[in-house]
Ligand binder design. Structure first.
Ligand code: 5GP
Ligand code: ZN
Length: 114
C-alpha cells in the first residue's frame, strides 16, 4: 500500500523515533508546530478517525494509555495537547490515523498540528 506512515512504521522512510511497541510507533513531526511535536500512529493501517471500529479500537485505547508517557519522554513537562485531524475540513494530509502531541512550551490557542 502506498501509505507514507506505513512506510515510516516499516522503517522504509527514516524518522525520529520517540517510542515503539507491538501496536504503535511515535516519531517527531518533520515540520514541527511547537517545540515538541510528536505523531503517534497505530502500526496497522487505519485511514483516519472515521475508520475506527469495534474491531480495531483496542489499538486506539492502547495509544491513549501510552500518550502521557510518550509526551513526557518527548519533553512535555507541563502539559500537552492531542489532536487528530480527520478529513478535508480538518486538513488531514496523511491518510493513516495519527495523533499529534504538541507541547514543550505554552501553546497558542489555535494550533491544528499541520
Ligand atoms: P495531518 O495534516 O494529516 O494532520 O498531519 C500530518 C503530519 O505529518 C504533518 O504535521 C506533517 O508535518 C507530518 N509529516 C508529513 N510527512 C512526514 C514525514 O515524511 N516524516 C515525518 N516525520 N512527518 C511527516
Ligand atoms: Zn498506512
Amino acid at each position: 500500500m502506498d501509505c507514507l506512515f506505513c512506510k515510516i512504521v516499516a522503517g522504509e522512510i527514516p524518522s525520529g523515533k520517540v517510542y515503539e511497541d507491538d501496536y504503535m510507533y511515535a516519531f517527531r513531526d518533520i515540520s514541527p508546530e511547537a517545540k515538541v511535536h510528536v505523531l503517534v500512529v497505530p502500526k496497522q493501517h487505519i485511514g483516519s478517525m472515521d475508520e475506527i471500529t469495534a474491531e480495531n479500537s483496542a489499538v486506539v485505547a492502547r495509544i491513549f494509555e501510552k500518550i502521557p508517557e510518550i509526551a513526557r519522554m518527548a519533553g512535555c513537562e507541563s502539559g500537552y495537547r492531542v489532536i487528530s485531524n480527520c478529513g478535508p475540513d480538518a486538513g488531514q494530509s496523511v491518510m493513516h490515523l495519527h495523533f499529534h502531541i504538541l507541547g514543550g512550551e505554552e501553546l497558542p490557542l489555535h494550533i491544528r498540528g499541520n
